[in-house]
Design a protein around this ligand. Structure first.
Ligand SMILES: Cc1cc2nc3c(=O)[nH]c(=O)nc-3n(C[C@H](O)[C@H](O)[C@H](O)COP(=O)(O)O)c2cc1C
Length: 167
C-alpha cells in the first residue's frame, strides 16, 4: 500500500511532528512532502494519505495549505483512508483550537475519503473548536506550545490506532 504524508508548517512544528509520525509508522510512509512544494501529481498513485496542518491567524488553515486548497478537488480521495493531524495552541488560541482540522476533514469527506484516526478531547483545555465531530477530534491533536511533553506518547498511541487502515 502506497501511503504519503503531506504537511504544511509555518514555524516548523508540524514539520517536526510529521517526521516523528513517519518514523513511528516504520516504513509504511513512502514519502513525507511539504505541501508548499507539492503539486496534484504528488498525490497520484497513492492508496492512502496522512495530512498534517496547523491552525493559524485565529482559526485559519496554515497558509501553504490555503494556497494549495483549490487543487484538492483534483485529487482522488474517493474510498481511500485519510488520517489528519493538527497542531494548535489551546492556551493562547483556545477560541479556535485546531479549528482548521475541521475544514480539512469536511473537504476530504466531501471528496469521498474514509477518514480514520478520530481522537479523544480528554487532556486538552480550550474554549471552542470546529474540529470535533461526534464528540471526538477528527484526528490527532498536538500542542507543542503547551504540552510538548505529551507529543511522543500521543503519536505512539495514534499510530497504533491508525496502523491497520494503512497496511
Ligand atoms: C499568529 C498566530 C495565530 C495562531 N492561531 C491559532 C489558532 O487560531 N488556533 C490554534 O489552535 N492555534 C493557533 N496558533 C498556534 C499554532 O497553530 C501553533 O503554534 C503550531 O504549533 C504552529 O505550527 P507550525 O509551526 O507547523 O505552523 C497560532 C499561532 C500564531 C503565531
Amino acid at each position: 500500500m502506497e501511503v504519503k504524508l503531506f504537511y504544511g508548517s509555518t514555524t516548523g512544528n508540524t514539520e517536526k511532528v510529521a517526521k516523528k509520525i513517519a518514523d513511528a509508522m516504520k516504513g509504511k510512509i513512502a514519502e513525507v512532502v511539504d505541501i508548499k512544494k507539492a503539486s496534484v501529481d504528488d498525490f497520484d498513485f497513492c492508496d492512502g494519505y496522512i495530512l498534517g496542518l496547523s491552525t493559524v491567524d485565529e482559526g485559519l488553515l496554515q497558509e501553504d495549505w490555503r494556497r494549495f486548497w483549490d487543487n484538492m478537488e483534483d485529487i482522488d480521495f474517493d474510498g481511500k483512508p485519510v488520517a489528519i493531524f493538527g497542531l494548535g495552541d489551546q492556551v493562547k488560541y483556545g477560541k479556535w483550537f485546531v479549528s482548521a482540522m475541521g475544514e480539512v476533514y469536511d473537504k476530504v469527506t466531501e471528496l469521498g475519503a474514509n477518514v480514520v484516526g478520530a481522537w479523544p478531547t480528554d487532556g486538552y483545555t480550550y474554549d471552542d473548536t470546529t474540529a470535533v465531530r461526534d464528540g471526538k477530534f477528527v484526528g490527532l491533536v498536538i500542542d507543542e506550545d503547551n504540552q510538548a511533553d505529551k507529543t511522543d506518547a500521543r503519536i505512539a498511541t495514534w499510530v497504533g490506532q491508525i496502523g491497520s487502515a494503512f497496511s
